[in-house]
Design a binder for this molecule. Structure first.
Ligand code: FRU
Length: 464
């Protein structure tokens, strides 16, 4: 049986990585992704297009951008963002050719056909501060503040480290360099794929950090991590003045290059649900790569909270609710044809193990004393041979209660913990059937305050 997720965006065939151009235009949501149509591995980059009206079901619409010009013919059209300007849908992307990464535009009047601008590249080496390198200058993220459009772009420094640079434009013809927003040092390290959203008077800056060195055994366990920092830009100098230290957005095995969208007063995030340099078992089904579910973002006390979009409930085909119960072992029977949502609320952190597949290979172990959650999955190898099978995250001292909101979708699982204060995204490949079985790990029964189970059938409901 196919392990292709039902709800998570994946290409019909070929490879995808980063989400791109997440935007609202012509009355619908647009989401693109880095795509190689010719193979199930990374190759010349195209933008594949998906559309949605509810941020749950996305329909594949074909290829929006492909390598074609002297500035993008070689490695293609790298990551970027989108917005509507003067009733036109504008894609900003990085063209890669001849050891140069330059910023380019593609414009559409109908959201179907995208035409590359004659002005391309609109930001190139002449606009780059001279201690940064044109060979690694990419991932433009555009946003509007007052009447000015700002673009954040990642750039590697000549000596050790990298920056996010700020540019501005009023007309998408002339772009002016503003300054350095953020910088890091570190030999191989590069911060890429910037994104932002604004919550009242706060700005949340999101980026992906290649080769982030782990600071402890619970965080930054991926080779590459994703981070957010809260503060504000100084729009005169470009500098980001942070009010808090950077935090990891998602502690899971598979999460990278998230992109944000603010539409109709809500903030959303979607990420690539994978990681570089892994074996990608879905290749046997003719594709590699999927995106996370879209999540709604909010900020409380400078902390990012994530939740699944409410429209998910439009696709429920079954619901089961249990309140205030005690168990030694508890099981919800589920049908393998569907996706499943499990919402669990515990009054305290119980010692328990949750199995999600009947071969017991996909599980979460809750350790009440250490206040940790340990995620297990069948092994997926890195190309360097290292294993990515077990990972533990630690709750904070003030996390007395535990709530889990889990969408289990064939081979993809998004776990939001304690109202989305923590998140954990992962893929897994096993031939076993899905289930939810919870076992106490002590002599005591575990107490469930509330368990809500939903069966989700996007295609069936969409057909009705
Ligand atoms: C991040 C990234 C981007 C780049 C794209 C290329 O995953 O390396 O920096 O634009 O992938 O596909």
């Amino acid at each position: 049986m196919s392990k292709r997720p039902l709800l998570h965006v994946s290409p019909k065939r070929g490879w995808i990585n980063d989400p791109n151009g997440f935007s609202y235009a012509f009355g619908k949501f647009y989401l693109f992704a880095q795509h190689n149509p010719y193979d199930t591995k990374w190759g010349p980059m195209h933008w594949i297009q998906f559309e949605s009206t509810d941020l749950v079901v996305f329909n594949e619409k074909g290829i929006a951008l492909q390598p074609s010009e002297k500035y993008d013919h070689e490695f293609g059209c790298f990551s970027g963002s989108a917005l509507t300007f003067n009733h036109k849908h504008i894609l900003l992307y990085t063209g890669v050719a001849d050891e140069k990464q330059t910023q380019c535009l593609a414009i559409s009047t109908d959201g179907k056909k995208y035409i590359k601008s004659k002005l391309n590249p609109v930001i190139s080496e002449n606009d780059l501060p001279n201690d940064h390198l044109i060979k690694d200058f990419r991932d433009p993220f555009v946003f509007k503040k007052e009447d000015v459009y700002y673009v954040l772009i990642s750039a590697r420094k000549e000596n050790n480290g990298s920056s996010i640079l700020m540019y501005k434009t009023l007309d998408f013809k002339t772009f002016t360099y503003v300054g350095v927003s953020l910088s890091i040092t570190g030999e191989q390290e590069m911060i890429e794929c910037p994104a932002v959203f604004f919550d009242n008077d706060k700005t949340v800056l999101i980026y992906s950090h290649q080769f982030k060195v782990p600071e402890n055994k619970y965080e930054y366990q991926n080779v590459h991590s994703t981070m957010y920092v809260v503060g504000n830009f100084d729009y005169e100098t470009g500098a980001f003045k942070s009010e808090s230290s950077a935090r990891e957005i998602d502690n899971g095995f598979d999460f990278y290059a998230p992109q944000t969208l603010t539409a109709k007063g809500k903030h959303y995030l979607v990420a690539w649900q994978n990681m570089w340099d892994r074996d990608y078992p879905s290749r046997t089904e003719g594709y590699a790569g999927n995106l996370t579910l879209v999540r709604e973002l909010s900020l409380k006390h400078n902390r990012l909270y994530q939740k699944f979009v409410p429209n998910l409930s439009n696709y429920y085909t079954k619901t089961q609710i249990i309140n205030d119960a005690e168990y030694e072992v508890f099981s919800v029977p589920v049908d393998k044809k569907y996706a499943h949502r499990y919402r669990l609320e515990f009054n305290r952190v119980n010692e328990a193990i949750l199995y999600f597949t009947n071969d017991e290979k996909v599980s979460i172990v809750i350790n009440a004393t250490a206040k940790t959650l340990t995620f297990n999955r069948p092994d997926i190898q890195n190309t360097d041979g290292s294993s990515t099978k077990v990972r533990t995250i630690k709750l904070e001292e003030n996390d007395d209660k535990l709530s889990l909101d889990i969408v289990f979708d064939k081979s993809a699982m998004d776990v939001l913990i304690n109202n989305g204060k923590y998140s954990f995204s992962m893929l897994f490949y096993t031939n076993a059937s899905p289930c939810l079985t919870i076992k106490s790990l002590t002599n005591e029964k575990f107490k469930i305050k509330n368990l809500t189970y939903n069966q989700i059938a996007p295609k069936e409901v969409a057909k009705k």
